[in-house]
Write a protein that binds this ligand. Structure first.
Ligand SMILES: [Mg+2]
Length: 251
């Protein structure tokens, strides 16, 4: 019996970097009446708020069952019923020297491969504390530009393959549509899922994970490799269809 539904964010719950649709916003609080829900993604906590939480008309009890794991589960936030706000439960940060080496390696890779954008939409390389993220067109690039940049994933994989030998002590993963995520070794979505199972005393069999990058090398793959049941989706509409069907069965 599944007790917790876990979701990747971009292209699983929403269009990349965009707020969830009305249909998704309507179904999630109802799902929270029946299941714990975790959202785990390479994005920052602030993105979780703008893309998901602020779009929900959820009561505090429903929010208490929502588990937010930004930056690949290197941070974990939960809603505090007494303080009536989100509280950081833990954070795993990279040190300053690691951050510098990662930033230099990503920039060098993108420049040597000809993928460095001269006029980006915001920062290309962003320090997210526990994660360094490379976004080829900049953090604020419009979705249509992002989807067009690397539809078959070959550019992202080339950048990853370039930096992996230079950065043997960290984990380099293809992230979202245009992004590469670098974290400490062993910290990925599977790490986040393990932490969550500890915190909530759930076992693998009680979890169901939804993601759009479950292929080997994708940022959702570690969850599948851990042995958690996974449902592969290619866009948020697939997910909302599943959730509406689940709701129909449980309610
Ligand atoms: Mg995704």
């Amino acid at each position: 019996m599944k007790k917790l539904l876990a979701f990747d964010l971009d292209d699983t719950l929403a269009v990349t970097k965009s707020p969830i649709d009305d249909r998704m916003a309507a179904v999630l609080p109802k799902i929270l009446d029946h299941f714990d829900v975790c959202v785990i993604s390479g994005g920052k906590f602030e993105q979780f708020l703008t893309q998901v939480v602020n779009r929900l008309n959820a009561n505090p009890e429903q929010l208490r069952r929502l588990h937010l794991m930004p930056t690949c589960g290197t941070r974990y936030y939960r809603y505090d019923l007494f303080k009536q706000r989100w509280q950081l439960v833990y954070a795993e940060n990279l040190n300053r020297a690691q951050k510098r080496r990662i930033t230099n390696a990503l920039e060098e890779a993108a420049k040597s491969l000809g993928f460095w954008e001269d006029k980006p939409y915001g920062e290309i390389i962003e320090d997210r504390g526990s994660q360094i993220t490379f976004s080829a067109l900049g953090q604020q690039a419009p979705p249509e530009k992002k989807y067009a940049w690397d539809p078959d994933g070959s550019k992202k994989h080339k950048i990853r393959d370039y930096v992996v030998p230079v950065l043997p002590d960290v984990e380099v993963r293809v992230g979202g549509t245009t992004s590469i995520d670098v974290t400490m070794i062993g910290i990925d979505k599977a790490y986040g899922m393990k932490k969550l199972m500890e915190q909530l005393s759930f076992n693998k069999e009680e979890l169901l994970f939804f993601g759009d990058k479950l292929e080997s090398g994708g940022n959702d793959y570690p969850v599948k490799a851990l042995g958690i049941d996974c449902l592969e989706v290619s866009r948020w509409q697939d997910t909302v269809n599943c959730l509406e069907a689940i709701l129909h069965v449980v309610s």
